[in-house]
Design a binder for this molecule. Structure first.
Ligand SMILES: NC(=O)c1ccc[n+]([C@@H]2O[C@H](COP(=O)([O-])OP(=O)(O)OC[C@H]3O[C@@H](n4cnc5c(N)ncnc54)[C@H](OP(=O)(O)O)[C@@H]3O)[C@@H](O)[C@H]2O)c1
Length: 184
């Protein structure tokens, strides 16, 4: 079982703009990274409430809930929130709150031997890092800089815990994979 933060990011480390828009990402011309090989390895999804609400809004999932199956199949999905959020019918959703360490046993158990995909946002991934529960960071770096936005990973994480595992070019994107070492 591997816990992976796989995301697109601006070149200066934002996941979304100040209004939670990804318009900057969708305007990048040319070939885009193929997520299929990665998503096939994923058995469990984890996201924060803003990411979940972005999906509901942008993909109109409440009007067309079948789309969820198209994206994520029947994979269990853990959404961190302190609020009551609308539920996509048919999706295997688990709304959780509080310390990551409390939710981790259920998330790990749901994932079995597969990959846990931390979709975002950055602070939630930071909470997994704080809990020593992050194995890989996979970044698709867009040729974009934003003055402000939602941060990629608002934590101190230095070279003593990161090793560069892969670098690839896809169209205008740089794909970079880091392995994350555990705390000593
Ligand atoms: N570039 C990409 O590929 C990519 C990938 C992922 C996300 N995104 C976008 O990036 C943005 C990320 O937004 P964000 O940084 O605000 O992050 P987020 O993680 O999606 O949402 C933050 C919210 O998650 C909830 N939360 C986090 N930790 C919690 C905990 N331990 N217990 C309970 N609730 C917890 C809180 O919600 P409540 O207020 O509900 O309690 C918090 O306000 C979104 O717009 C998303 O669409 C982009």
């Amino acid at each position: 079982m591997t816990i992976v933060f796989n995301t697109a990011t601006t070149a200066n480390g934002y996941l979304a703009d100040a209004d939670h828009s990804l318009a900057w990402l969708f305007e990048v011309p040319g070939e885009v990274p193929d997520m299929a090989p990665f998503t096939e390895s994923v058995t469990t999804l984890v996201m924060g409430s803003h990411t979940y609400e972005w999906l509901l809004r942008e993909e109109r999932l409440l009007d067309d809930p079948q789309k969820w199956q198209g994206f994520y199949g029947s994979r269990p999905t853990y959404v961190f929130t302190t609020r009551d959020l609308e539920v996509v019918p048919g999706a295997d959703l688990h709304f959780v709150h509080g310390p990551v360490t409390e939710a981790l046993p259920a998330i790990r158990s749901a994932a079995e031997d597969g990959v846990i995909w931390l979709i975002g946002g950055g602070d939630l991934v930071g909470q997994f890092l704080d809990a020593d529960a992050l194995d890989e960071i996979v970044l698709a770096i867009a040729p974009t800089f934003l003055a402000v936005g939602q941060p990629l990973l608002p934590r101190d994480l230095h070279a003593d815990r990161l090793s560069l595992h892969g670098v690839e070019r896809v169209g205008q994107f740089a794909l970079v994979t880091y392995l994350v070492g555990r705390h000593d």
